[in-house]
Design a protein around this ligand. Structure first.
Ligand SMILES: [Cu+2]
Length: 156
């Protein structure tokens, strides 16, 4: 690799280094939140919405501020709670993550809601999700997640 680089014209060598540096910086940003155990609930034909669940651990304080997926027109983070025996749900526009503390998005609690699904979600599929996190300085980073489609949560 090094020997090859020396044989390249300086201009190309510079481009190569610039590309490497860009990748390095991007992966540093991505490493700030670790995603574990991501899964999405399977759907029946013509079902319009489903949820995705996972554990999130941030290396520094960030706020989960958005989500998107190619399989759904609308993706929101929701919270769910019981109100006198009725399950209620509302968008959670900002979910704070404290450095080093794992928060769990799970059935009956916080979840990623995918609405206006473009296709049926079948068991075993990978459902791509992009989560957006905003740091204290206002900078936004994204984390790519592949949620495994399943009828029920995976056993740990
Ligand atoms: Cu929801």
């Amino acid at each position: 690799m090094t020997a090859m680089s020396f044989s390249l014209p300086n201009r190309l060598l510079f481009r190569c280094l610039a590309a490497l540096l860009t990748v390095g910086a991007a992966s540093g940003v991505h490493a700030q939140v670790t995603v574990d155990g991501a899964w999405a609930r399977t759907t029946v034909p013509n079902q319009s919405a489903t949820g995705a669940f996972m554990r999130l651990t941030a290396q520094k304080d960030v706020v989960l501020t958005g989500a998107s997926s190619p399989v759904a027109d609308i993706v929101e983070v929701h919270e769910m709670w019981m109100d006198r025996g009725i399950m209620r749900m509302r968008p959670a526009d900002r979910v704070p993550l404290k450095a080093g503390q794992t928060i769990e998005l799970k059935s009956g609690g916080l979840h990623v809601m995918m609405m206006d699904l473009k296709k049926q979600i079948k068991a075993g599929e990978r459902v791509p999700l992009t989560l957006s996190f905003t740091a204290a300085d206002g900078s936004v980073s994204t984390v790519e997640v592949n949620a495994t489609a399943a009828f029920a949560p995976p056993t740990r």
